[in-house]
Design a protein around this ligand. Sequence first.
Ligand code: ME8
Length: 648
Amino acid sequence: MKRTFYITTAIDYPNSYPHIGHAYEKVVADALARWKRLLGFDVFFLTGTDEHGQKLATAAEEKKLTPQEFVDEMARHFIQFADKLDISYDDFIRTSQHRHKVVATEIFSRVHKKGDIYKGFYEGHYCMPCETFYTEKDLVVGHCPKCKREVKWLKEDAYFFAMSKYKQRILEHIEKNITFIWPESRRNEILSRLQGEELRDLCVSRSGITWGIPLPIDKSHVIYVWFDALVNYISAIDYPGEKFVRYWPAHHVIGKDILWFHAVIWPAILLAAGIPVPRQIYVHGFINDEAGEKMSKSKGNVVDPIQLMDKYSADVLRYYLLRSTSAGQDGNFSEKDLVARNNTELANDLGNLLLRVCTLITKNWGSVPKAKPVQLFDAAELVASMDEAMNRYEFNVALEKLWEAIHLVNKHLNETEPWKKSKDEQAVILYTAADALRIISILAEPFIPQAAAALRKTLGVSKVTVKDCVWGKTKAKTTLGPQEILFHKREFAAARVFPLALVVGKITDVSPHPNADKLYLLKVDIGRSIQLVAGLKPYYSAAQLLGRIIIVVSNLKPAMLRGVESQGMLLAADDGKHVIPLTCGAPPGSKVELDTFVVGDAQITYDEFAKIKLTVKDGHVLFDQQELHVHRKPVTVSGVDEAKATIR
Ligand code: ME8
């Protein structure tokens, strides 16, 4: 029987689009999942979305959707995101799925039957975005210690989980199992917190919220979102069925902000339900901006992983994230460094090596010559040292080992100068290089799966298992090709700014302007309600505009137009004959983006606006050849003469 390896990521809150932290965590888990598969393990890799709780209900309300409609739409983005990033997940769990609700309810009932759930009331400072209650001393200058936002005082009937009962068992487990919480610094953090303070019982219900899983013992409450969410790790493997028996316990990959939930609350729930605790909790650091600052929308320093993949590739982003961060540490994202690594390590060291070897062999031999290779490096030792690093989540170290091998092959070609050698000597040199690349193509798979597949295709390698990482397995007479450019060299250009903050809006009211014949007053929902003055009266009746989805400039200085304030401007294409408002198939409140531009939000004047030239091509709206879109849904306009249209 194959050894099993069950690995999970945290399940992401889909209240907003995936960010670089989500990308990093998924890539970390994916690299290890792929590595273990390479080693012959029977791997099960789980990722997913955490869809209940007030935070999601509020986000849905802002978009005027039901929570279910909202999470259905957002989960699609997260699935597409994982696919684009080449995440080899075996299952994607969504906590609003029936299969999950059944198991979450069952676990709650089990803990209740055990006598570990009791009724009381809760009062405390509650942080809505983090769905967490805090005591006075937890607060940081009166604000949430995690997200630093305002907290609200709440008092409500609630059910409690007698978590304090399990403190000793959890403490002993952590003490006995050195690698249970990894890296060690994180283990020490939890140990000292458990040793130093009393473990309080946990409030595990919320009343007054309907978006969640009802308590089996009291339908007027829903299960606390963290209790609900943690259960995903076993609901996805059909607890208590055959898959659960086969794969549990898991290796959980999570970020440093949710360690307490995984290292203490989750083991307590499992112990109460009579289920073994997880095998390991690996805690990664955060990806911050170039200056080491936390990324946040308000600071405007957020990098979008989807844009990065479009601009470079999933492999380049994966490689950069894995290579430039150390296990457990925070990493500073720098696009400049990403480009530098792409150019030297990926395009030069690896990509050019393949081209060189292919050219030398094809030109001089037609196909791989027959010879006995020189063992440029110890393949078994390379695998073993990479394995050691991978098991410690030291992906940068594993990649350094692999690149040492790549450097040796480059050096071998440079120093032996095969083109000056006899036929026999040349055969040995070139066979060695091709054979080394074959081994490298296998070991590169967990990090850069697309390039590794292209490499294997060129080298005619079909099987991917670590057993093939031995010298001399390349078949003589293999014709190499197609010769792929694995990585293109890039130039780093600092991001340019698109000065218009555009947002999708829905017209909710149309009335005539009191002092002007050609103007309407529009009420528009852009996540909040604003008033616009628009010169559309000659072209449209009120009924034709009501309910229409439009694009609004939201950073234009408000202007008084014939005595009425306009808090923005609607964009329309005008070809001299028709005036047609731009639109987009995204919900009101969504922000318009461009791939390689950062969208500015500083207020601009009408004169500044008038200098910005937008164009239309095939119905899509462009700025400097780039499409305006909302997460790939283009901003469009149809029915105008595109050559003559100006957008105002
Ligand atoms: O916490 N860098 O979801 P989430 C690296 N739903 N990792 C980051 C990060 C950053 N800048 N920002 C966030 C939740 N993360 C819960 C999890 S699990 C049963 C429920 C990590 O979408 C974060 O630490 O806020 C977490 O591991 C994951 O992204 C999802 O965060």
